[in-house]
Design a protein. Sequence first.
Length: 205
Amino acid sequence: MKFALFAIFISLLLAYYTQSYIVTENEIYNFYSTQLSYEQIESLLNQQNKWVWLGYVFIPVIYLLKISIISLTLLSGLFFSQISKPRFSEVFSIVAKADLILLTPAVLKIGWFTFQTNYTLEDVQYFMPGSLLNFFEPTLVEKWLLYPLQALNVFELGFWLWVAYELKPSFKEDFTRSFQTVALSYGSCFMIWIVFVAFLTLNLS
């Protein structure tokens, strides 16, 4: 649980820093200046400032929900693998520890844009180091493809490898079987999620 609490703390810090110093009101004004009137932008910012606290409340809730779902998914894969099965708390701890890798892009994003003087909200939105999106021009990519191209990145692969390594004792130190189980259980759900988001984006765009 200590890794989960640490990750939540870091996530809150990253969200606060991004809100305060990266996605500033000035950047929001610049982004919407050609789409909305000054009064509409003012209203948007007022609403955002009014409910910003709700975003911070949801961060730990969403994080714990995500880690719990991933842990249950992995446990289902372990169940069908007919090997020694760790407890939910052990898998939860492994997932929470490995999930720290997925915070790396947010840290890199803050580090990058902190020292940039000329950028837009689109630049912030599309920034995803180590992802397939880097091989394309984001503004030319169909909107429904943006999330899949961002989600498929080296940090996600690192997460898979870390979880597989931590679960290796359950497979008598057979890393290949451990990774296969992670790929078949969590990996399958991950791909379904990507397809779902892409489908939702396609229908809403």
